[in-house]
Design a protein around this ligand. Structure first.
Ligand code: SF4
Length: 223
């Protein structure tokens, strides 16, 4: 398997595999092995083999940010599995919020804080100008998943007194790119993960699957 890059960017090919497990109360209820170092692409085959073996699916799934992608969120939604899966940078957002810096919340120019008018499909900038949808573009992830991004642009930022703090684009007008499907999933995750139920499930995950790995790893090293 192609190993993760070290600090000197010396990725190496070595005999190895990436093992994924599902656990419940520290009992391993399913495992799968993969030829990729990136966990994000292992969730789909892991769920598929779980379904194949048990002919059913779990009601809930809790996982860390290494599994949070649009493809995985869509998959879990289609399969009717209630996801409690972090995204990057969920932890950073939470830390910032807790430390009361709330930098992002204070920044009215950040694209996440601009008012979005869903009916007209446009954003409103701090000067009250409409940022209109000018086109949609498709992107394909490494796993072949197709994503749709909407691109928005102001009509004229020329002479705006807020230009220096608003955006650093070399072009005059401000452009924003949004993946509404992914942003929708992230919003749902944010609400679920910070709910009482979500907090309990996050604590349980740490004391559940991480302990199983903690017990397996030293044993593997002595084999
Ligand atoms: S620079 Fe453009 S987008 Fe930013 S506040 Fe001014 S008019 Fe609005």
């Amino acid at each position: 398997m192609r190993m993760k890059e070290d600090l000197m960017l010396n990725g190496q090919l070595k005999p190895g595999y990436n093992v994924q497990i599902s656990s419940e109360s520290q009992f391993v209820i399913h495992y799968s092995i993969h030829q990729t170092t990136n966990d994000i692409h292992t969730l789909k085959p892991h769920i598929a083999s779980y379904e194949y073996l048990y002919e059913t699916l779990p009601d809930y799934l809790t996982a860390d940010a290494g599994y949070g992608s649009e493809e995985n969120y869509d998959l879990l939604e289609q399969k009717g599995i209630q996801a409690y899966v972090k995204y990057n940078p969920f932890d950073k957002e939470e830390q910032t919020y807790k430390s009361k810096k709330k930098k992002k919340a204070k920044n009215d120019f950040h694209r996440d804080n601009l008012y979005y008018n869903a009916e007209k499909d446009c954003y409103i900038c701090p000067m009250g100008q409409q940022i209109n949808n000018i086109y949609h573009t498709k992107k394909t992830t490494k796993s072949g998943y197709k994503q749709t991004y909407s691109v928005y642009q102001t009509q004229n930022c020329h002479g705006c007194p807020l230009r220096a703090v608003c955006h650093r684009s070399k072009y005059n007008n401000r452009k924003i790119e949004r993946n509404h499907n992914l942003e929708g999933h992230k919003q749902i995750m944010r609400e679920r993960l910070t709910s009482n139920d979500g907090l309990k499930r996050r604590k349980k995950r740490t004391a559940d699957v991480e302990l199983v790995f903690g017990q397996i790893k030293p044993k593997l090293q002595t084999i």
